[in-house]
Design a protein around this ligand. Structure first.
Ligand SMILES: NC(=O)c1ccc[n+]([C@@H]2O[C@H](COP(=O)([O-])OP(=O)(O)OC[C@H]3O[C@@H](n4cnc5c(N)ncnc54)[C@H](OP(=O)(O)O)[C@@H]3O)[C@@H](O)[C@H]2O)c1
Length: 208
């Protein structure tokens, strides 16, 4: 499968791209195609392109841009029509050393879904700091996925499972994306306030 990562030159985009390249043909998307090609050099089998070309060529598109840049994805709607679009975007703001959810209403994923009415939009990978993906072996992590249909969830879950030790968990419709995105603020605050080192989400279950 061809997977484009928009914002693939960034910390999270690059980390996800290198993991997804283990089982897909990855296209790094950047506003600057030269920067995309440069970033792709470090990832076996990956290529680089501008956002339009990366979106047009890909079967699945991951959006790993800052929250402030979500609106810039709108012109890509025609290229993304009929495709799975996975947001990893976290709207965060910092106040007095504490991180808060950065939007007054809605979520980054819902904004993307509004901008891309003919795409299947989900949110996933939000709560995994990039560093976890860069280790030789990724530790077991639960990846919370919000999506409006079970089909879109399943498509996203398949992508999540391609990275060894990641377990997708369905968090409900996209109206739950704000909760998933907010958990990132919690996870980062927990790590910094308790000196635990980097944290990611993992849930325990009680069977029986
Ligand atoms: N870092 C993490 O550990 C992590 C984990 C989970 C989720 N996330 C989420 O993933 C997204 C990217 O985070 P990141 O840490 O990878 O950020 P980053 O290192 O700053 O990278 C963001 C990339 O987005 C692209 N971009 C597009 N429009 C932009 C704009 N207007 N301003 C700045 N960059 C723009 C840039 O690529 P070009 O300049 O090449 O176009 C840049 O390389 C964020 O929404 C973040 O919340 C991050």
């Amino acid at each position: 499968m061809k997977v484009a990562v928009l914002g693939g030159t960034g910390k999270m985009g690059r980390a996800l791209a290198s993991r997804l390249a283990e089982s897909n043909s990855v296209i790094i998307g950047s506003r600057d195609p030269a920067r995309a090609r440069e970033a792709a050099k470090g990832i076996p089998g990956a290529s680089g392109a501008d956002y339009a070309e990366a979106s047009r060529t890909a079967d699945v598109v991951v959006v790993a841009v800052p929250d402030s840049a979500v609106a810039t994805i709108a012109p890509l709607a025609k290229h993304l029509s009929g495709k799975l679009v996975v947001s990893v975007v976290n709207p965060l703001r910092s106040e007095g050393g504490i991180l808060y959810f950065g939007r007054k209403a809605g979520s980054a994923a819902e904004e993307l879904a509004e901008l891309l009415p003919e795409s299947r939009v989900s949110t996933a990978f939000n709560n995994i700091p990039a560093g976890f993906l860069l280790k030789d072996e990724v530790v077991p992590i639960d990846v919370l996925v919000a999506a409006d249909s079970k089909e879109t969830y399943e498509e996203t879950a398949k992508l999540v499972r391609e990275i060894k030790n990641l377990r997708p968990l369905y968090a409900g419709p996209l109206s739950q994306a704000a909760i998933v995105e907010t958990i990132t603020a919690l996870v980062l605050n927990l790590a910094s306030l308790n000196g635990t080192g980097s944290l990611a989400t993992r849930f325990v279950s009680r069977k029986g």
